[in-house]
Design a binder for this molecule. Structure first.
Ligand SMILES: Cc1ncc(COP(=O)(O)O)c(C=O)c1O
Length: 449
């Protein structure tokens, strides 16, 4: 049994009363008065769709697998904060590195007078790449995708991007133009987006492969594609895994047509799916790799890694740094990333990821085998799980809420919103896994399709 006094990080949930409680409710009320309505409207839409409250809780503390809300309720975060807290929230080594760096210097002069931490991080990332590499740092995943798209445009001289239906790469303009996940993200801005983006179907299995390959070949044959942008496993799109060999084939075809293979490893990379780079582990030979999420251990930092030869496209354009920003290589974020990479690269982290993935996978499969829970299927790649529910988005949202009330944070995903997406931290305990599976069984029974 886990006692309430047990250390935050490995605790089982402890939720009482109405959620959100009075403090969170007051904060959410304030949020709705001041935040751009586009960010809170989703809550209302979710309420309309599911018929249940979707008022958020407000996080105040997070450690390990636990988060605490403004009313003192304790949850287990099965999302690891959108995947960023792969090592657990506030990993001690990352916290220490940030504390130490904050006491010395929080900000430097980007591309003009950089910090030693920026230089160390770029060297470290380059040493991790599968080839001799150059690096551009960013602040968000989308930032790194922008850098990758610019790299491809400079190297190939082509504006075209081939992306995939169901793919998600962030919401800045370059990235959102290649967003195959939902038209709603692109449609209002269509007039300002790169019109040279094409989409191919993403093959979810061997049977879908032919149609996808045909579309890829047709797009490449038109000769306008400079970047083929792909997630090794679609994350937000519902944990969709392409058939073995597809990524390697894609890279070969891109190269044959003078385009670059850009793999978006923001979700899949740095160990979450069991390898440093899922695409490379699957036999692909990418030209550009983008990283984010777990890289900063909770601080905003991302990276675009490119082959040395590809980086020459950047040249020395007009003696200007044509891709930079005020906070480029922010020392605080770089110090966090260096500590985070030390921990991510440790052999015990790889075995912890493998053990947690095996235990959670087995336990989830046992839940799903139960009759009458109306689960269509479970997809698992390491610590990336998609539980496709019968009953569509309405049921997924209701299960999300039912799980929150039981103290477990989960997210809906998939193009149709019917996939419960789990991207837990690696240090999830056996007791937390057992508690989560019991809660999920209850929630699935309670929320019939
Ligand atoms: C595969 C992938 N690429 C890019 C992004 C965008 O990252 P960010 O939200 O940090 O801009 C995400 C975010 O979920 C992602 O899953």
């Amino acid at each position: 049994m886990t006692s309430v006094s047990e250390e935050l990080g490995v605790r089982l949930p402890s939720v009482s009363g109405v959620i959100p409680g009075p403090r969170a409710s007051a904060l959410v009320e304030e949020l709705s008065r001041f935040e751009c309505p586009g960010l809170t409207a989703r809550r209302r839409r979710r309420e309309e769709v599911s018929g249940a409250s979707h008022d958020p809780i407000v996080w105040t503390h997070a450690r390990g697998a636990n988060v605490v809300d403004a009313d003192g309720n304790v949850y287990v975060d099965m999302t690891a904060g959108f995947g960023a807290a792969l090592l657990g929230h506030s990993h001690p080594a990352v916290v220490e590195a940030v504390r130490e760096q904050a006491g010395r210097m929080m900000h430097a002069l980007g591309d003009v007078y950089p910090s030693a931490q920026k230089i160390a991080l770029e060297a470290r990332l380059a040493s991790m790449a599968p080839w001799s590499a150059r690096v551009i740092l960013g602040l968000s995943g989308a930032d790194a995708v922008e850098a990758a798209l610019k790299t491809a445009a400079l190297h190939t001289g082509r504006a075209g991007v081939l992306a995939f239906a169901g793919g998600y790469h962030g919401l800045s303009y370059g990235a959102v133009a290649a967003c195959g996940y939902k038209l709603a993200f692109r449609a209002p801005f269509e007039g300002q987006l790169n019109s040279a983006v094409e989409f191919a179907p993403f093959p979810s299995g061997e049977q879908a492969r032919e149609a996808s390959e045909r579309a890829v070949e047709a797009a490449l044959a038109r000769g306008r594609v400079g970047a083929v942008l792909v997630e090794p496993v679609q994350g937000r799109g519902g944990v969709v895994v392409p058939p073995a060999g597809f990524l390697a084939w894609l890279g070969e075809r891109a190269r044959a047509h003078g385009a670059l293979l850009v793999v978006d490893e923001i979700y899949t990379g740095l160990g979450r799916t069991g390898a440093r780079f899922r695409s490379v582990a699957e036999g692909a030979d990418p030209d550009v790799i983008v990283l984010g999420k777990a890289l900063g251990g909770g601080l905003p930092v991302s990276a675009c890694l490119m082959r040395e030869g590809v980086s020459r496209g950047w040249g020395d354009p007009d003696k200007e740094a044509i891709h930079t920003s005020t906070f480029l290589g922010n020392p605080l974020a770089c110090a966090a990333a260096l500590a985070s990479l030390d921990a991510l690269d440790a052999p015990e982290t790889a075995s912890m990821i493998a053990q947690t993935a095996a235990l959670l996978g087995d336990s989830l499969r046992a839940v799903i085998r139960d009759e009458g829970l109306a689960v269509e299927d479970l997809t698992q790649v390491g610590l990336l799980f998609g539980v496709r529910l019968r009953g569509g988005v309405v049921r997924a949202l209701s299960v999300m809420r039912a799980m929150l009330l039981r103290g477990y944070v989960v997210l809906p995903g998939g193009v149709d919103g019917a996939v419960l997406t789990l991207t837990p931290p690696a240090m999830l305990s056996a007791a937390q896994i057992a508690g989560f599976c019991d809660a999920l069984r209850d929630a699935l029974r309670e929320v019939a399709p």
